[in-house]
Design a protein around this ligand. Structure first.
Ligand SMILES: [Zn+2]
Length: 366
């Protein structure tokens, strides 16, 4: 490959990156600062959308969860008290947010090569780390010390770059356009939170994350009731697929194999079938049925989701809401109100999804 064009490409990418430290004014000591890496357009959008960005947020008491060693998954996060569905378990400004799909920038000329892409990303992360204040730099570096590093396919001779990439790939959560509406040309943003980076995977999770743009906070919210002492578990891959596919998707995270409650069940065929039925459920068909038949269909979906513990799915909240609607049609006010309340809790869980719920409610009222 042409050395000069490679460097030009790298410079062009770095030129497009905007590095910004966002002071964490709500947290003492004041040196606790997070770093944001992204395009200028992102910051402009956030400042325009949210007056006083980043808005103040209320930190949670610091004794809600504890980071502890687990039997087989390295460190994990455990509840120190009980949480109810909808409770926020972790809320924090992340260490870092970075765009990782730099190869998709249409204004970049020249051929994309994955090795160059990794090296550019590594350079970005190194620049980002240089801007961390000391406490953050240590915290960020510590995220990778729990694993032994394997030099992998990256040709760049810098171990630092590899280490940064490792932290990014194994301790980050993807922000889709739905989570991070302010994104610009790049659509694949990764967030590296602090405590939440230690939360392990389960195919039957008990929390789901959402990113709050106004306060620039990463939040983990309970999707089921959690007992004191129970491990907090989220998902690293899509869960509406059979176990074999989940296991393939979990390999990049060093999970081989997943030994979660869902993967260790004795009814594996049943579990795979239920997930398939949840995925292929015909929402439009169900809502066009007469009330009693529609209720039966939505109750079937709710039951499948509850069995697989996939309460975080949008279809769970939507199904509960349609149940409320059809109980209303049958003049069963009390049960309709009960289902509506349940639906609201689940629509609220993912923050932004609430606006989607309002749309849904309006659509039903029409
Ligand atoms: Zn599993």
């Amino acid at each position: 490959m042409d050395f000069y064009s490679t460097n030009a490409w790298k410079d062009a990418v770095l030129d497009r990156m905007k590095f910004t430290n966002i002071p964490d004014a709500d947290q003492a000591p004041a040196h606790d600062t997070v770093l944001f890496v992204g395009e200028q357009i992102v910051l402009n959008t956030l400042r325009r959308e949210y007056a006083g960005f980043p808005q103040k947020y209320s930190p949670l008491p610091n004794d809600l969860v504890v980071v502890q060693r687990t039997a087989s998954m390295g460190l994990g996060v455990f509840a120190k008290r009980q949480f109810k569905v909808g409770d926020t378990v972790v809320r924090e400004r992340p260490f870092l947010i970075a765009a990782v799909d730099i190869q998709n920038d249409p204004s970049l000329v020249g051929e994309f090569n994955p090795f160059i892409g990794s090296s550019v990303l590594g350079e970005m992360l190194k620049s980002a780390e240089r801007r961390f204040l000391p406490s953050n730099r240590t915290g960020f570096a510590n995220l990778s010390t729990d694993y032994s590093l394997n030099p992998g396919p990256i040709t760049d001779n810098s171990r630092d770059i590899f280490q940064s990439l490792y932290v990014l790939s194994c301790n980050s959560f993807k922000l889709s356009e739905q989570d991070f509406a302010a994104c610009g040309v790049y659509k694949d943003y990764r967030v590296v939170p602090r405590v939440a980076s230690r939360i392990n995977h389960s195919c039957a999770p008990n929390v789901v994350y959402h990113f709050d743009e106004a306060t620039f906070t990463f939040n983990m919210v309970a999707t089921r009731n959690i007992k004191a002492g129970e491990e907090i578990l989220t998902m690293y891959c899509g869960l509406q697929v059979p176990k074999a596919e989940r296991h393939r998707n979990l390999l990049p995270y060093g999970i081989d194999p997943c030994r979660c409650q869902a993967c260790e069940t004795t009814d594996q065929i049943g579990s795979d079938q239920r997930r398939k039925s949840i995925c292929s459920f015909d929402m439009i068909g169900a809502k066009n049925l007469p009330p009693r038949a529609a209720l039966k269909e939505f109750a079937r979906l709710v039951n499948l989701i509850e069995k697989e513990k996939l309460h975080f799915l949008d279809s769970y909240a939507v199904a509960l809401h349609w149940m409320a609607y059809f109980w209303g049609k049958l003049n069963q006010k009390a049960i309709s109100q009960k289902k509506l309340k349940e639906a609201e809790i689940y629509f609220d869980i993912k923050g932004k999804a609430h606006s989607k719920w309002l749309q849904h409610r309006t659509a039903i009222a029409d």
